[in-house]
Structures are given as C-alpha cells and as structure tokens.
Design a protein around this ligand. Structure first.
Ligand SMILES: Cc1cc2nc3c(=O)[nH]c(=O)nc-3n(C[C@H](O)[C@H](O)[C@H](O)COP(=O)(O)O)c2cc1C
Length: 200
C-alpha cells in the first residue's frame, strides 16, 4: 500500500456503451476498500438502464451502503473534486465516450466529470480512460493521442483473446483488473490473467 492509498479514486461514467465495466469496476474498488467518488453523466445513466436493465439509481443505492462510496451530481461544480486542492488518487473514466474524450482533449470542462478529469491532468495525477467506440475516425484517434501525450492511460476494453475468455464477464473482469493496475490500485494482474504463467 502506498501513502496515497487513503485518497479517493474518482470514477467518471459517460454515455459510451459498456456500463457493465463501470459497475464491475466500482464493485471491485469497494470490495478492496478503496474510497471512490463517482460522477455519472446523464447519457451514462441512460446507457446504464439500456444495457444493464436496472436504473443507475438502484446501483447508487447499493453502493451507498459502503462507507467508502460517495457521489456528486454532474452539475455540482462546487464538489471537492472540482478543485485541485482536494487530494485524490486520480481518476478512471469508464466507459469514456468520444464526446468526453474530445472535450478533455480540448480542455472543455462544462460539467463536474470533465472538470474533475481536467483537474486530474493538470495536477499530474493518474488518469485512465476506457474509451469505447468502433470504428474510430481520425478525430477520435487524434484526441486519444493528445490525451496519451498528456499522460493519460488509454485502455480500450478489448478482449484478451490469448486468455480465451468464455464470456463477456471474462472480458470485463480483465479490463477492470487492467484499470486497477493502471490507476495504481493494484500492483499486478491476478495469476490467471498472466499469460506467461499459463499452461499452454
Ligand atoms: C445506448 C447508447 C450507446 C452509446 N454508445 C456509445 C459509444 O459506445 N461510444 C460513444 O462515444 N458514444 C456512445 N453513445 C452516444 C453518447 O451517449 C453521446 O455522445 C452522449 O452525448 C455522450 O455524453 P457524455 O459524454 O456526457 O456521457 C451511445 C448512446 C446510447 C444511447
């Protein structure tokens, strides 16, 4: 554990496909007793309902039972995470819409999620993006490159084909574990995800 381990990690949810990744990620962080501050865009809430057949508010009610969980409205620009003076362990945007990627790459911060991400960049804290769109056009790629050059980790939710995942849960679990490593929550992947350790 690092001395920063008690700092909360911000998790931003945007309206790209892949709400299941956000759900599994937040569950995994809370299971690890990592404090999380969650902010969801309006589009993220819509996609959540569409893809997970539960309302986003139902998930929030479940997480709220955990003492390490807190959340702010997307409109709440007075929230602590809107300021660089509030110490955090960084931020994961999962999934990251191309709208969010474009806004961030151009320094646009009209809401709390984008402001918190912009603060994460300017304070040189870890920012991990799980962007989801396919195919990607040149503007998407340029925006992702801009963010990579600013130090963000670009972690597309790609299946680990070499691990032969049996279903989507195997893919999601892998992406979540990768995000935990990228954001410094864990030091390495579980043994069953380390290709070189697997029997072939
Ligand atoms: C069901 C659904 C799936 C979507 N999937 C994606 C996606 O995979 N990637 C993406 O960039 N936008 C996707 N969108 C569009 C975004 O939700 C839209 O651009 C929205 O304005 C993003 O807003 P936000 O960045 O504030 O969350 C999807 C929308 C819906 C309704």
């Amino acid at each position: 554990m690092t001395s920063h381990s008690s700092r909360p990690l911000i998790v931003g949810l945007t309206g790209a496909s892949g709400s299941i990744i956000a759900r599994e990620l937040i569950d995994a962080l809370l299971e690890r007793e990592t404090p999380v501050v969650v902010v969801a865009s309006n589009a993220a809430r819509m996609v959540w309902q569409e893809e997970l057949d539960e309302s986003y508010n139902t998930a929030v009610a479940r997480w709220t039972e955990h003492p390490g969980f807190s959340t702010y409205a997307i409109t709440d620009l007075f929230a602590p995470i809107a300021s660089g003076t509030f110490p955090t362990a960084g931020m994961i945007i999962a999934p990251a819409s191309m709208n969010a990627v474009a806004s961030l790459a151009h320094g646009l911060t009209p809401n709390l999620l984008l402001r918190a991400a912009d603060v994460t960049i300017k304070e040189n804290r870890r920012l991990t993006l799980i962007p989801r769109e396919t195919p990607l056009h040149a503007i998407h790629l340029e925006n992702l490159l801009t963010l990579s050059r600013l130090g963000a980790t670009i972690l597309p939710p790609e299946p680990p084909f070499y691990l032969k995942p049996l279903d989507i849960h195997g893919v999601v679990r892998f992406v979540v574990q990768r995000a935990l490593v990228a954001s410094g929550v864990t030091e390495g992947l579980p043994d069953d995800m380390q290709y070189h350790d697997r029997e072939r």
